[in-house]
Design a protein around this ligand. Structure first.
Ligand SMILES: [Zn+2]
Ligand SMILES: [Zn+2]
Length: 244
């Protein structure tokens, strides 16, 4: 108890010192006061809702009928477009420059997407009325120690507060590290990731799930996670990312 209070005070002091040394300035235009000013926020382009694999127009981000059989999740909800430099900068600054306040800003945009699309589909609220469970894509423990945090987990925590859904960040586990995943082609990525994730929780008994990550490129990582969750009994699964 005392120990956790000391840690909390310590981290509040650390945040205060960081704020003094590095006052927030908009990553888009440099105006001081916030990491993203209202004008630059309005300039962020929302992502399209096309099929995440072949880019065929779809209304809600789901895989088109031709691509759907190859995936264990139904589709992808993305708040923004990674090709927009400001969106890429927001994500990189969270991940590599440790500006954790950005998780709150990105989760705001993601929550808007999730509410809008979930309301248009039968995903939630559905007949069962059971809220979906937010599950962040896990990092390998070694990578998480190096970075000090998992950005997907931070986003999921913020989304939980904004959407009043629950989150489970402890039972989907990464047991193999990625290696140089970014440099591999789609098929090689899938092969490289096989067996990388395991579910160490109880059976999911039809629970609908939203897999949370910062970025999706080919959807391979989300698909591997979704396969594992389906095997554990999950119901319908969607991906939710800050940008694609
Ligand atoms: Zn700005
Ligand atoms: Zn498609």
């Amino acid at each position: 108890m005392i120990f956790s209070r000391i840690i909390a005070i310590g981290s509040a002091c650390r945040d205060f010192i960081i704020d003094l040394l590095f006052p927030a300035a908009c990553l888009g235009c440099g105006r001081s006061g916030a990491w993203l000013c209202p004008a630059c926020r309005r300039g962020l382009r929302p992502a399209d809702h096309d099929c995440p694999h072949c880019q065929r127009p779809e209304p809600n981000g789901q895989f088109c009928p031709a691509c759907a059989p190859a995936f264990h999740f139904r589709g992808l909800w993305a708040a923004g477009d990674y090709s927009q430099p400001l969106m890429a900068q927001l994500i990189k600054s969270l991940k590599y420059h440790n500006i954790r306040e950005l998780a709150d800003i990105l989760a705001d945009l993601m929550a808007e997407q999730a509410k809008e699309i979930a309301g248009r589909t039968d995903f939630y609220p559905n007949q069962a009325g059971r809220a979906p469970l937010l599950v962040p894509v896990p990092l390998h423990p070694k990578r998480q120690r190096q970075r000090g945090f998992n950005q997907a987990e931070l986003l999921a925590e913020k989304l939980r507060d904004k959407l009043a859904w629950s989150t489970d960040a402890s039972h989907l586990v990464r047991v193999q590290s990625a290696g140089a995943q970014a440099k591999l082609s789609g098929a090689a990525r899938a092969k490289n990731l096989r067996g990388a994730f395991v579910w160490r929780g109880d059976g999911l008994a039809g629970q609908n799930i939203i897999l949370v990550d910062d970025v999706a490129t080919t959807g391979t990582t989300l698909n591997e996670c979704a396969a594992v969750l389906k095997k554990a009994g999950a119901g319908e699964i969607w991906g939710l990312v800050a940008a694609k």
